[in-house]
Design a protein around this ligand. Structure first.
Ligand SMILES: Cc1cc2nc3c(=O)[nH]c(=O)nc-3n(C[C@H](O)[C@H](O)[C@H](O)COP(=O)(O)OP(=O)(O)OC[C@H]3O[C@@H](n4cnc5c(N)ncnc54)[C@H](O)[C@@H]3O)c2cc1C
Length: 388
């Protein structure tokens, strides 16, 4: 095996978080290596597919605050690369009037002066035809929200990283990490050394952390990404002003259901259940649970009368969940030159530029731009014990 080079920083995992981290490091003139186990682009992790929702609508102020800058950084990337990655569509949020999460989102939007249109039962169908608002539900639209073109965004940020002199080595799986003042990273192809290491390995995070004596309370679940046929083609697309939507809770489920205007496949609309079934990321396709699809079928039959309540296409994607669904952005408890970004819990894509900035700051020993206390590992102390 060859010894293949020395770097200021090595980033493991070329999903959206690792790619933005590498890009930020390269912007600061750090000699950076981005390692990826698969040939890019690939569809085995969490960052593939054409679309993701971007929004400021959150229960917690800290996410809304981060997204204030998040939007600016996405726009900056668009400008730098001359590529469009965002389309404003608005986000329709529906939920029972008395639902705590719905009210928390409403309050956060109000407190932070995010432009919102509150819909009433009387004017709902005029604004949003072809959606039935459930009995007892309220509805509002976060007008700043929209769609990120995910595959295009990932390719763009990787391209910008390379333009800055960054090195991507794909088809190169990390097989060992030897911590120390200089970290040694072994792959299926070579051995690399760096002053610091960032681990952004998505669903594989614990497999990599095992080399460093740490395990986080992460659960990997498979999401069935479902596309539903429009009865009249074009009725749920952006030209018909159909927005992204989140149903906070409904008759069929306590968990969120979300959808985006038709984009990937003509005449098909992506609508998913915000939870899945436990899986090993290397055996994703052996997980065949479809109970989420049953829930979606019943919801669609009741609330989206313009769609055929039978999925026309089902794809797969992985969530890596933390117990509280907040991210992990922190130093390794035993090695201060190893930084971990993990547990993006099915809502991390939109934060990519901010996560990249924060992980870059941590790896350079700078003061992070945001209060990271919601994201520290300390909150899992009871679960990971002595490692902290
Ligand atoms: C169906 C679905 C819908 C979603 N919708 C939204 C949304 O609307 N809005 C939103 O903001 N977010 C959304 N998300 C969440 C978002 O996509 C994820 O939070 C984000 O993509 C996580 O990125 P990541 O870089 O952490 O992980 P990944 O994309 O999985 O990247 C990790 C990378 O590390 C690599 N790797 C792992 N181990 C090794 C190794 N040993 N050696 C080398 N490389 C390795 C992997 O191959 C992988 O490429 C959604 C996710 C899914 C699945």
């Amino acid at each position: 095996m060859s010894t293949s080079g020395d770097f200021d920083c090595i980033v493991i995992g070329a999903g959206i978080q690792g790619s933005f981290t590498a890009y930020q490091l390269a912007k600061k003139n750090k000699k950076t290596l981005l390692l990826e186990q698969f040939v890019v682009p690939h569809s085995r992790g969490s960052s593939h597919g054409q679309t993701r929702i971007i929004r400021k609508a959150y229960e917690q102020d800290f996410y809304t605050h981060m997204m204030e800058e998040g939007y600016k950084l996405w726009a900056q990337l668009e400008k730098e690369a001359g590529v469009k990655v965002y389309r404003q569509t608005g986000l329709l949020i529906m939920g029972p009037e008395k639902n705590n999460n719905y009210q928390m989102i409403k309050n956060t939007l109000q407190r932070n002066k995010v432009p919102v249109v509150n819909l009433t039962r009387d004017n709902f169908s005029q604004h949003i035809p072809l959606v039935n608002l459930s009995e007892g539900d309220e509805a509002m639209v976060d007008t700043t929200a929209g769609v990120l073109f995910a595959d295009r965004a990932l390719k763009t940020v990787q391209g910008q990283f390379q333009k800055l002199g960054g090195v991507i080595r794909d088809n190169e799986k990390v097989t060992d990490i030897k911590p120390g003042p200089v970290v040694r990273v072994s792959t299926t192809v070579g051995i690399y050394h760096a002053k610091s290491l960032v681990i952004t390995a998505g669903p594989w995070t614990n497999k990599l952390l095992a080399h460093t004596g740490l395990q986080l309370p992460l659960e990997v679940v498979k999401i069935n990404v479902c596309y539903w046929k429009e009865k009249v083609p074009g009725s749920y697309n952006v030209t018909k002003r159909f927005p992204c939507f989140i149903q906070i809770e409904c008759l069929e489920s306590k968990e969120h259901i979300y959808g985006l205007p038709s984009n990937e496949y003509p005449g098909l609309v992506k609508i998913c259940y915000h939870m899945g079934s436990k899986t090993d990321p290397d055996q994703r396709d052996l997980q065949k649970d479809r109970s989420d699809i049953d829930i979606l079928q019943r919801y669609i039959a009741r609330c989206l009368p313009g769609l055929v309540p039978e999925p026309a296409v089902v794809e797969s994607c992985l969530y890596t969940l933390t117990p509280d669904h907040h991210f992990v952005l922190d130093y390794h408890p035993a090695y201060s030159n190893i930084v971990i970004g993990a547990g993006f819990s099915g809502h991390g894509f939109k934060f990519g530029p901010i996560i990249g900035k924060l992980l870059c700051e941590l790896s350079l020993g700078e003061v992070p731009s945001y209060d990271l206390s919601p994201f520290r590992m300390r909150r899992f102390e009871a679960k990971i014990g002595s490692a902290l």
